[in-house]
Design a protein around this ligand. Sequence first.
Ligand code: COA
Length: 374
Amino acid sequence: MIDKVLGGAGLRGQVAGRTSLCTFGKSGSGLSYRGYDISELGEHSSFEEVAWLLLRGRLPTVAELSSYRRRLKSLRELPQGLRDILEKIPVRSHPMDVLRTGCSYLGNVEPEKTFSAQLDVADRLLAALPGVVVYWYRYSHEGVRVSTDTSADSLAGHFLEMLSGQAPSKFHARVMDISLILYAEHEFNASTFTARICASTLSDMHSCVTAAIGSLRGPLHGGANEAAMALIERFNSPEEVVEEVLGMLNRKELVMGFGHAIYRESDPRNLIIKKLAARLAEGHVRAHFYDISCAIERTMWEQKRLFANADFFHASAYHFMGIPTKMFTPIFVCSRVSGWAAHVIEQRSNNRIIRPSAEYIGESPRPYLPASER
Ligand code: COA
């Protein structure tokens, strides 16, 4: 388990810029994208619709949405040079590192030459990144050169089909679609702020997204869903949970998938994914993982008043759909690239380089001594 790393105030509560992309805890269920409540988007929309909304500022018409789906479908192919590189990345690598490399490589062979191409680059990354990570996964783990040209119309179905080699059930494809909607955008979180800082130097889209992937990789951010799965798998039954979780809390260990830097009472995304995890558990051989998850959630609330965040029930939901744990955080990337790109575009539209100041806590001024006198 990861030790708690003490840090400074983490800029908590500081307003670091303006956005019209996302609000937190202000109205409705507590999270909205461009004014649309996450509960309504999760219920009625699709990920492609949400990506269009984030990137282009309004919901698409029926014709725009179907043409956008066709467009994303046409942008899935990976260049041969990228496939060659993916085949050289070892099986023991983390797929987040693979995505970081894949995104960076695309920046070499398909560079964003002008900001007027920014939407094209964003669409290309949205369409290609699922193929990047799954191509590497299937090749390195199974020796299979997977086709990134699936028949699936949605990115959700496309990802699942490439990963398992067969078309997913309608329900699995819909759960994945909702999961992508939930992960698409979240204001000035660490990875998005990373992307905006990079954008503020007038850097290119691939650099901004590559930097953001690096931030999302950490266990305090995107990596929490994988760590949550590792915790859930430690138990055989819900009865074992209380003692172990209490021990972790007493040892001041973090229980991954709980707490949030901004939300204080609950994470609105958790309600949605928890319900889906419950349905996925029905009849599954490891249905007890759902009961174990609920026992962990109960214990955390009773002991620390800490609530499950979006990552916690995503862990069991993904597991029930047969997704390997190391692919959990990469799914987050495939979704959040929509929010990152939208923030990059927003930052560029009214830019000033982001350059805060630091409070100096080092030595007072002192004379330099030549090496021979030290
Ligand atoms: N497990 C155990 N204790 C936790 C905890 C967790 N998941 N999250 C917070 N706490 C503790 C903190 O250590 C702190 O304890 P202290 O008062 O004794 O120092 C207290 O609860 C309040 O923490 P808070 O200020 O709310 O957290 P933060 O803003 O510094 O950090 C997170 C926010 C998300 C980084 C933190 O909750 C965390 O590390 N969670 C686990 C990782 C995770 O799930 N990340 C995904 C976020 S969507």
